[in-house]
Design a binder for this molecule. Structure first.
Ligand code: GLU
Length: 351
């Protein structure tokens, strides 16, 4: 009995020593990303996608904003940032392009921080328009008039919700919020802003129409101007991926560890992205890629893999719907190879 106890305590002591010699992993710092153990796989899949699609020449730069027509169509960058802040990049990931419509996601997030999701839902809504992103007809026909925060009318109305004593303060608040999501100070690309401000009569018309229906919540022209600035914010693919990773990581920026967006708002943001993130191709995207994403006419797309990370791709030529051709292909390829599709047979338990 005594001997047994002696043996037992020796075994226990040996076990304790062995356990304490095991190197402490980063588990306490929550490496929740299942991407982490598959680093080589992620790298090889991203490289395969990059090589496979870099020669793709279909699509055309947006030209209704003159600046965008002149951007080098060959630029091509891919960045992944995981929820535990691992970074994978390839290609032109330091080129700063205009965020355009992807900004709408983050202004929506800020509006929810300020007002809560219920008020935002009430004042903007969340219905697909079934029409182009800048449709006047949608404003007239839809019962909400604003549609959802990711089409132009709904986005300008969402911008008009942001608090501030004047336009400067409201703009400053938006830019600071985007910067927190990126974990870096972002700035306006002045030339994009000038180019878009000179050609945004359509957005001004949408804004005035919303005023008629009392669905804009600040001065309509001032709101369009702030919206135009938010679309002209410069991001590179890595910064955009980190903004996406902040969404993937339940609102906490994985690099700065700052809780930028309340956790409980994330589902509403991702739901809105799924429903309207890729213009009139959002349905196709949900079927074939199955990830909340948002594209912009500047050529960027960011897709969020909840709990795991985000992938951002920048390549200016767009398809008819306004989505970057290469970015869609790369993200679809990577999502399928790495089983990121939230609705894939494996994800829903069929395999
Ligand atoms: N600033 C652009 C516009 O208002 C954004 C469009 C987009 O990226 O979808 O037309």
């Amino acid at each position: 009995m005594f001997m047994n106890r002696m043996k037992l305590s020796a075994v226990l002591a040996a076990t304790l020593i062995a356990v304490s010699l095991i190197p402490v992993t980063a588990s306490a710092q929550a490496p929740r990303s299942p991407v982490a153990p598959r680093r080589e796989l992620v790298e090889s899949v991203v490289r395969e996608a990059y090589d496979k699609f870099k020669g793709e020449t279909s699509g055309k730069n947006a030209d209704y904003i003159p600046y965008l027509a002149q951007v080098d169509s060959k630029l091509f960058g891919v960045a992944i940032v995981t929820a535990d802040n691992q970074v994978f990049t390839l290609g032109d990931v330091n080129y700063s392009f205009s965020i355009q419509s992807i900004s709408k996601v983050f202004t929506l997030a800020l509006a929810m921080e300020e007002l809560g999701p219920d008020k935002v839902f009430q004042r903007i809504g969340s219905e697909p328009t079934g029409r182009p992103f800048n449709s006047v007809a949608a404003v007239v026909d839809m019962p909400t008039h604003t549609g959802n925060p990711l089409v132009n009318a709904g986005a300008v109305a969402t911008t008009s919700l942001i608090s501030g004593k004047d336009a400067n303060e409201r703009w400053g608040r938006i830019l600071a919020f985007y910067s927190k999501a990126a974990g870096e100070t972002l700035t306006l690309i002045e030339d994009v802003y000038a180019s878009e401000a000179a050609t945004n009569a359509g957005n001004k018309a949408l804004s005035m129409l919303l005023a008629k229906y009392e669905r804009i919540y600040a001065d309509p022209f001032e709101s369009v101007d702030i919206y135009t600035k938010q679309c002209s914010v410069g991001v590179n693919a890595s910064q955009l991926a980190r903004m996406g990773a902040t969404l993937a990581n339940n609102g906490m920026n994985p690099a700065s560890r700052e809780q930028v967006i309340k956790r409980e708002h994330i589902p509403y943001i991702l739901a809105t992205m799924t429903m309207a993130g890729l213009y009139d191709s959002s349905g196709y995207w949900a079927w074939h890629v199955g990830l909340p994403a948002k594209s912009g006419v500047g050529g960027g797309i960011v897709a969020v893999v909840p709990g795991k990370g985000a992938i951002a791709v920048f390549a200016p030529p767009l398809d008819e719907a306004g989505n970057s051709v290469k970015a869609q292909k790369v993200i679809q390829f990577v999502a399928n190879k790495l089983d990121f599709n939230l609705y894939s047979p494996a994800s829903v338990g069929l395999k």
